[in-house]
Design a binder for this molecule. Sequence first.
Ligand SMILES: Cc1cc2nc3c(=O)[nH]c(=O)nc-3n(C[C@H](O)[C@H](O)[C@H](O)COP(=O)(O)OP(=O)(O)OC[C@H]3O[C@@H](n4cnc5c(N)ncnc54)[C@H](O)[C@@H]3O)c2cc1C
Length: 272
Amino acid sequence: MAMQKVLIVFAHQSAGSFNAAAKDVTVEVLTAQGCKVEVSDLYAMKFKPSATADDVTGEVKDAEHFRYGEETMLAWKEGRLSADLVEEQRKIFDAHVVIFQFPMYWFTVPAIMKGWIDRVLTMGFAFTSEQRYSQGVFKEKKAMLSFTTGSQESMFSSNGINGDMNVTLWPLQNGILHYCGFQVLAPQIFWAPHHVSSEARSTMLEMWRTRLQGLLGETPLSFTPSDSFDCERGFLLKEDVEEMHKSADVGLTVGIHLGKRIPLNSQTKAGV
Ligand SMILES: Cc1cc2nc3c(=O)[nH]c(=O)nc-3n(C[C@H](O)[C@H](O)[C@H](O)COP(=O)(O)OP(=O)(O)OC[C@H]3O[C@@H](n4cnc5c(N)ncnc54)[C@H](O)[C@@H]3O)c2cc1C
């Protein structure tokens, strides 16, 4: 296999954190495998999280009614994006695999990472209306979430107080990663490192180390292919596809559930 390039988008303020330890293990194991690993350490970089007109250089198309999506697409085409965005886009372009390492904040990524997503994954560069989901721009690349929680695993189960983690992950994994075409690897979830013993934390890092040995060969999560939807009917599921699933007990995915039970663990484990 040709040398694999890996980008880690890392969001934690402290080098002494569990997230930093997880990121360091990733760098160490993948580098030892012969991968070229780059890290975007967002807090250290003081990455600007807000999507503003400063992200384009030169004349904006419509200063009176600035539209971020349209303006950044044009700027991307014309080479007028700000230097920090150009550099992050270069890192994604080069990478075969992108790993997002972060502590869960409010059921999602920290604001600085959401800012990276808002600003770096610009229209044109990361998606177009023709190139999205299984036809997406990054369909040859893989991406995954690796994150810590404050909550115990049981709290994010289907009868736990936070609700099913598979539902929580759908917007991030389907609405961002898969939307841009990435093959999404199952997430690595480090449950409540702050609340467990030091031995349990070491075991979590060891398990991650073991998973990393085979990570690049893992089967991604499955999503409904784009050609199952009818663009002539507002991208509804094609009638014949829906008909095929009529008698099934479970829906296609967490989001495209057809009013049925959602498939168990489909956002947390591959092959389900
Ligand atoms: C704004 C905000 C919103 C939040 N929202 C949510 C939410 O929606 N859901 C939720 O579940 N949680 C939430 N949390 C909690 C948050 O997700 C956790 O605090 C975080 O994930 C813990 O990860 P950490 O890396 O910061 O842990 P740390 O506190 O840095 O580390 C945990 C422990 O690991 C130790 N450690 C560090 N390195 C190593 C190593 N190499 N080996 C062994 N141990 C090590 C540390 O010393 C520490 O004792 C939120 C927190 C904030 C601040």
